[in-house]
Design a protein around this ligand. Structure first.
Ligand code: SF4
Ligand code: SF4
Ligand code: SF4
Ligand code: FES
Length: 955
């Protein structure tokens, strides 16, 4: 295994950094120190290398001043102020050590220890405990009050949370957990209940953690200096021996983590303080839901079979690769070069994705490569590419700290991008204004200490109507940022667009019957966005997964330009990418028409670069997109597919159509960690690796490239990039890499925006945002500063065209879909963790009026039917949706959420219209026909995976 990037124990400077242009000079223990104004004495001392004892202070939280351990002496002042709450001042002379201070600190520690179980040797936090450390630091040798009459030593534990335990007997009431839940996570689930000696930490109204508002982010556990809040994995496995820095493999926030290790066993994932996307915070998925990597369902041996009704045969890697290659060759010989293709995954690394598209273009000799990003953010690539010249978000996540107005469209950050959601809530608590455009009342509409100024609760499918209405107000009320538009944008395109958008049919009043949003509210929201200061837009799949997804992205880009909200901190257009490497899989040329770096395959100069590097002529015609592959499979011209790390049967729309297409293939090769829904239709199964078994990089929603580091060997014996390389070699296109860093070196040589990227650079900087090149050797946090990537920003017309998916008498409700915090996408990983304790099934949210009309009560089984198919879910009666709109998640295969969604798609990119499906909902008593089929087929496939003696003999 490679030498891991070992993380030093994070230094704790006691209180947070203060940013100020003004500096103050002082002396601490005789040392001269210069710090920004506002810096605490504790931090100033730490910066000078002097350590002051502390318990309640930590540099991720504002100081609280409760433990009194950090007392210091300041010359000319009476008493002993707490260094954590006292700001450094010009000319101060501070002493951190004296006999009197030592005596006071020992006295404090004595009180703590007198009410603490003295079981250090058997305590889970032995060696990693602030109390233990401080007892040693202050030189405590005896406790004069050994048996206080009233103590907490027998207080009962709360182990209701699946991942951590609360043991009040060890609590020193330092309040760090409460402050972490408030300041970092923004959930406010904890309080200190009781007073004086009786005070204790309490979730909610003295509830168990699982019954409280707690969302299991783990921030309180990280903040706790004792073993009061501790991970169950640490209780079971003990303290780690070393840590390796890596990147979360769930959502597009891309949080940095330390994998805390014992040998090759992960004992804890700790959010990395130096991780620039998360700065030491995490959510329940990345922090705790990593156990799937060692789940018994992992398939660790290659398997092949001739027909999908045959039992799987376990074979060697060589045989599996040979068989897959011979099948692809046979198919191309019989049906032509274009009869095969590949699908890359946004869950895989940049290097793995790059290799798959390279293999398709070279070994297959066509451009039939597409990515699961097709079904989520392809309109982002198109829309931002057309208007700004680059297919990515413009800011860092941290930029939101400078936003005055935040506009969230079709995104639910507290569930789908939780660590960014916490940053956002912090800004809102500090006074940021908020506009939400969403058919559903997401949690951000109102929360602890914030409330959205406007929630434009539009009808699904009317995004473009509302963005046009907002732009109409800005143009017709004279709110255009004239200087920005004149200097930064293409003036001809602006004039044309302005004439279009000012037309009365785009006004909020004209659009009100379409969107269902009162015109006055749209006008207020538009004025706030245009005049409220720095305004930033964050959007998600509620924007892209529509028939007009690309139009809406263009509308968003227009809006940011016309108000001058591009090219500085606190503003911008920010797509929130769903999966960990959506950005990267697009960057790596996973599209049938684009090479890495978004360059068209028909561009001769670009193609010649790749031909020369890869040593063979390449096709200049774009290949098949995923939906085209399905159509071609059904018409008999597409017969072989290599699908790496993507479950198209569960995640793509119109499941029955996908199944029919896959059933027509003669060779489906699936590379994955589990026998997912797609693999049940496969002929070759190649075991994949989890992120813990990989070396490589992910690129998050901020364009941030971060290292993924292997902490355990691939359980199936081969890394994913090695498998693709072996397949390519067997297909007679030789590849010779000895490490993913060499693949990244090739990416950098061939992709201008990545030209400065290397593993050495990533090790040095921690992460880097592309473009990273000669002009920006340490990356580009902010895009389009001074000039758009394409030169002048381009305004484009965004005519609202209603979707074909309309409510009818037969299908009178509109279904829209989304995610929930504890589950991730198709759920293959999170369903195999204790996260099922939070969410164990997909439900249909239905408004009380619609439920009452249909005689539906909470928990009833309901049939949901569309023109594509029908399925059965349990009902959750909720007024988060407006009447006429129903909502579900899609994390469980048996739910069949995508059996209902249709084959409608975005006009420019074919991104499916997941967010609008006309449905009927009725009470039912049994599963749908599709669910019965799914259950039977699943049982059969499980049986074929573990055949009985008769099948083994016959095979
Ligand atoms: S786990 Fe997170 S949400 Fe739950 S109490 Fe702790 S900090 Fe608050
Ligand atoms: S649970 Fe931990 S962090 Fe919270 S008050 Fe007790 S000791 Fe401090
Ligand atoms: S916010 Fe996203 S990247 Fe961060 S820990 Fe959660 S799932 Fe992982
Ligand atoms: S660390 Fe300053 S009062 Fe606790």
């Amino acid at each position: 295994m490679d030498t891991p990037f070992l993380s030093p124990r994070d230094a704790d400077l006691g209180t947070p950094e203060k940013i100020s242009d003004q500096k103050v000079s002082l002396r601490i223990d005789g040392h001269p120190v210069v710090v920004p104004r506002g810096t605490s004495l504790m931090r100033a001392a730490a910066l000078a290398g002097l350590s002051i004892p502390k318990l309640c202070a930590t540099d991720t939280l504002e100081p609280f001043g409760s433990c009194r351990l950090c007392l210091v002496e300041i010359e000319g002042r009476k008493g002993f102020p707490a260094s954590c709450t006292t700001p450094a001042e010009e000319g101060m002379v501070v002493n951190t050590q004296s006999p009197q201070l030592a005596q006071l600190r020992r006295g404090m520690m004595e009180l703590y220890i007198s009410d603490h179980p003295l079981d250090c040797l058997t305590c889970a936090s032995n060696g990693d405990c602030g109390l233990q450390d401080m007892a040693g630091t202050v030189g405590l040798r005896e406790v004069r009050y050994p048996s206080v009459e009233h103590h907490h030593l027998t207080a009962p534990k709360d182990d209701s949370n699946p991942y951590f335990v609360y043991d009040p007997s060890k609590c020193i009431v330092c309040n760090r957990c409460v402050r972490a839940c408030e300041e970092i996570q923004g959930t406010f689930a904890l309080t200190i209940s009781g007073r004086g000696f009786a005070s204790r930490v309490s979730p909610g109204e003295n509830q168990p953690f699982m019954a409280s508002e707690c969302v299991s982010c783990g921030a309180c556990v990280d903040a706790c200096p004792t073993a009061t809040l501790v991970e169950k994995s640490i209780l079971e496995s003990g303290q780690p021996e070393y840590s390796v820095v890596t990147t979360c493999a769930y959502c597009g926030v891309g949080c940095g983590f330390k994998a805390d290790m014992k040998g090759t066993e992960v004992v804890r994932m700790t959010p990395w303080k130096e991780g620039k996307a998360n700065e030491g915070h995490a959510c329940v998925k990345g922090r705790f839901a990593w156990g799937y990597a060692t789940h018994k369902d992992r398939i660790l041996t290659p398997m092949i079979r001739k027909r999908i009704t045959d039992p799987w045969q376990v074979v060697s890697w060589e045989e599996a690769i040979r068989y897959a290659a011979s099948e692809f060759k046979r198919i191309q010989g019989a049906y032509g070069r274009d009869a095969v293709g590949g699908i890359t995954s946004s869950r895989c690394t940049n290097e793995e994705t790059y290799l798959v598209q390279k293999m398709v273009r070279t070994a297959f000799g066509n451009n039939n490569v597409d990515t699961c990003a097709r079904v989520c953010h392809s309109p982002t690539g198109y829309g931002l590419g057309m208007t700004y010249g680059t297919s990515a978000g413009t800011q860092t996540f941290k930029s939101v700290e400078h936003s005055d107005v935040i506009l969230i469209i079709g995104a639910n950050p507290t569930d789908a991008h939780p660590v960014f959601g916490s940053r956002l809530k912090k800004r809102l608590r500090e006074g940021g204004r908020l506009i939400i455009i969403d058919p559903r009342r997401i949690d951000l509409v109102q929360g602890p200490h914030f409330k959205a100024d406007h929630h434009l609760q539009l009808r699904p499918g009317t995004n473009v109507a509302i963005i046009n209405a907002i732009a109409h107000v800005i143009v017709t009320e004279g709110l255009v940022a004239r200087d920005f538009v004149d200097t930064r944008c293409d003036t001809d395109s602006f004039r044309t667009w302005k004439t279009f958008i000012a037309q009365p049919h785009n006004s909020p009043e004209a659009m009100e019957p379409v969107t269902g949003v009162p015109a006055a509210q749209v006008r207020e929201a538009a004025r706030l966005y245009a005049t409220g200061g720095n305004a930033a837009i964050y959007y998600g799949l509620g924007v892209t997964e529509h028939a007009q997804g690309s139009t809406m992205v263009i509308g968003i880009a227009n809006l940011a330009m016309v108000t001058g909200n591009i090219g500085r901190e606190g503003v911008g257009v920010n797509p929130l990418r769903g999966q960990n490497n959506v950005q990267g899989s697009c960057d790596m040329g996973s599209f049938p028409h684009e090479y890495p770096g978004y360059r068209h395959v028909s561009d001769d100069a670009t193609r010649h670069v790749f031909e020369s590097a890869w040593g063979l002529p390449l096709r200049k015609e774009p290949g098949l997109r995923i939906p085209n592959m399905f159509e071609a499979a059904l018409d008999g011209s597409f017969k072989g597919l290599y699908c790496q790390g993507e479950d198209i049967v569960q995640s793509d729309p119109d499941t029955q159509h996908v199944i029919a297409a896959l059933s027509s293939l003669e060779c489906l090769v699936v590379q994955d960690i589990f026998l997912n829904e797609t693999a049940k239709y496969a002929h070759v199964f190649l075991p994949g690796s989890s992120f813990l078994e990989k070396d490589g990089t992910f690129t998050n929603a901020e364009r941030r490239i971060s290292r993924v580091r292997k902490v355990m060997p691939p359980k199936g014996g081969m890394s994913d990039w090695e498998v693709t390389m072996a397949l390519s070699n067997a297909l007679d296109y030789p590849m010779h890499y000895s490490h993913p860093s060499e693949i990244m070196d090739e990416i950098a040589r061939l992709t201008p925006t990545f030209s400065g990227v290397s593993y050495d650079l990533l090790d040095r900087l921690g992460s880097v945002q592309w473009p990273c090149d000669d002009q920006n050797p340490e990356g580009t946090p902010l895009m389009h500063v001074g000039e758009f990537v394409r030169g002048k920003g381009q305004f484009l017309i965004t005519q609202y065209v209603p979707t074909d998916e309309k409510v009818t008498l037969k299908f009178p409700l509109l279904l829209t879909t989304g995610r929930i915090l504890s589950q991730y996408n198709v759920g293959a990983q999170t369903r195999r963790t204790a996260n099922v304790a939070f969410h164990s099934e997909d439900r249909l949210d239905i408004h009380p009026h619609d439920a009452e009309d249909r005689g539906i009560s909470e928990g009833d089984w309901v049939g949901v039917s569309s023109r594509s198919g029908n399925t059965v879910l349990r009902a959750h009666v909720s007024d988060r949706m407006s009447p006429g709109v129903v909502y579900t998640t899609f994390h469980f295969p048996e739910s069949g959420s995508n059996v209902i969604t249709t084959d409608n798609s975005d006009w420019a990119t074919n991104c499916p219209e997941y967010k609008v499906t006309a449905v009927q909902v009725t009470r039912v008593r049994q599963m749908s026909d599709w669910q019965k089929y799914h259950q039977r087929f699943d049982e059969m496939q499980q049986h074929l995976l573990h055949p009985g003696p008769e099948q083994l003999t016959s095979s």
